[in-house]
Write a protein that binds this ligand. Structure first.
Ligand code: ZN
Length: 190
């Protein structure tokens, strides 16, 4: 028996308008969870028209995006709304599995993440020197971004460190965070 030719029209599952496919392809959303209910009469697919896809993409246009650490970005969308979004990195690629987002949005997260890492790397202390001689006692440190500083100290009666100035008054926060652990590391090594 010959297969009969049939004409297929597309109705958008979102706006319910009839539309023509464009770009040699067609957008759709699988609706597998409805499969049992729809059974024989409907396709397990929701077609989406170009206008609705455009609207969907528009809703992901960002104004600003900032990586917050621990796999979170804070996004201010062009439409004025804001959202904190969790993502995963899988073999170096950004993915979000609980939310359907356009490819360009994932790329933007990737860029925010790369910038954060670069910034973080540049702030790392790369030199940490504890000079402890009878006439000079100081700590010298240098970060990858060329920040450098020196902090003098002397020993107290029980051998404790007495800094010339409180470290929190001397160093920017990103240095201070590393300073204490670097110092502890240095002292434990003797
Ligand atoms: Zn539509």
């Amino acid at each position: 028996m010959m297969n009969k030719r049939t004409f297929k029209t597309f109705t958008c599952g979102e706006c319910k308008n009839k539309f023509k496919p464009e770009n040699e392809g067609i957008w759709y959303v699988e609706t597998k969870d409805n499969l049992a209910v729809q059974s024989t009469i409907k396709e397990p697919i929701k077609w989406i028209c170009p206008d609705c896809i455009k609207k969907w993409e528009e809703s992901f246009k960002t104004k600003t995006m900032e990586y917050m650490g621990n796999g979170y970005v804070y996004v201010e969308f062009a439409n004025g709304s804001t959202q904190t979004i969790k993502f995963e990195t899988f073999t170096g690629r950004v993915t979000i599995d609980y939310m359907d987002v356009p490819q360009f949005f994932l790329q933007e997260i990737q860029v925010a993440l790369d910038e954060y890492r670069k910034e973080k790397q540049s702030q790392e202390i790369v030199e940490f020197e504890l000079v402890d001689e009878f006439d000079k006692q100081y700590i010298y440190l240098k970060a990858a971004n060329d920040y450098e500083n020196t902090l003098k100290f002397r020993y107290g009666r029980t051998g404790e460190f007495i800094f010339e100035k409180p470290p929190q008054d001397v160093f920017p926060l990103y240095i201070l965070k590393q300073f204490n652990s670097k110092l502890r590391e240095k002292l434990s090594r003797g």
